[in-house]
Design a protein around this ligand. Sequence first.
Ligand code: ZN
Length: 437
Amino acid sequence: MLGTLNRRLLEFIAASPSPFHTVATVSALLEQDGFAPLSAAAPWQLQPGGRYYFTVNDSSLIALHIPDGTPTGFTMSASHCDSPTFKLKAHPQSSAAGNAYVQLQTEPYGGMLMSTWLDRPLGVAGRVLVEEQGRIVSRLVHLDQDLAVIPSVAIHMNRSVNDGFKYNAAVDTLPLYGVGSDAPSLLSMAAEVVGVTEKDILGHDLYLTCRSRGTVAGCNDSLLLSPRLDDLGCAFGCLEGFLNADSSDAITVYCLFDNEETGSESKQGAASTLLRDTLRRTVFALGMDEEGYQRLIANSFLVSADNAHAKHPNHPELADPQNAPVLNGGVVIKYNANQRYTTDGVSTALMRSICRMADVPVQVFANRSDMVGGSTLGSIANTHVPVRTVDIGLAQLAMHSAYETMGSADLPYLVEAMTTLYSKSLHVDNDGGLYWA
Ligand code: ZN
């Protein structure tokens, strides 16, 4: 039986084929719940009890719920809305002249498992910048059709391919868009979607999308398969908790960052000053000063939510023997001694106490000590916003595949934990003791 939450996650993912679409999807859900958009260029007039959200580049988003009384701190989560894919180049397709094949011109975005993008129908999604009545405006584009394929080389032409193959992104992963000298321009199709002509497109950020739909699979419906589970699983689970939570004494903050897969170093990424600037601006708009901001920071907590590697069924030797999560085992707390994950003893204890209140099982992840793992938002965001932070995630297999696998029981655990977290505010007593209230 496909649970309601899992079904809604798959709908959320299907509606979010690019970071721009994810921000639009989340914005619509926030507005349904009474959140009002804030403009970077206009004064912020925030009210106690108010709900607001703010977007940057149409690809990162921060939502804020102000408490009725004087805020005591910030209770926050951060997840990311980008995922590894291929970005279309400025001139996105080859000419058919002298070659019946028409190819798309792409470059990799992030570190994907390249082979998983081969031999499956691909679409295109993102945004175009068009001129309308003397203004340049951004329009979402989703060419929601089977538009292209990256064909494998037949086994007969590369007998050793199953012994390992090095993919060259300038050669092996160019998508085939079609055959014939009369192929329509891809940009003209994008223009048609937004009601303009190709010459009106002044700029674009368009990506390939895996068009395979998510599904519940396996015995007892125990698996959940979908594109972009990393990190839309956490983005959706944290949003559910944020919207479901009882009111808190803290300002509750939901962050969705773009560009995690390329290191977060962009104006809208977690390495920018976006989070710090937004928190400060919020506090000042509520009539507090720098001292007030610093006091709130002292009573704040951030959950950096990004998926975790589950122990692989075929390769258990790749996991740490004692610190390896499994599918359907609960929320994963992630550790790294060198601060690629920011979790420490304090933030572990705080997150475990939340999960205990929520009756949610906790697992742990650390890399084998002889393997270099990934990193994520938490430690990067901490360089600008120094708050107690835990890295958590949903256990998954095949991270950065075009089609990923997680357990079907874990999303409800994350939602329960985040609902409890967002209903609480962190306090420090005079002896340095920490408690949730
Ligand atoms: Zn991720």
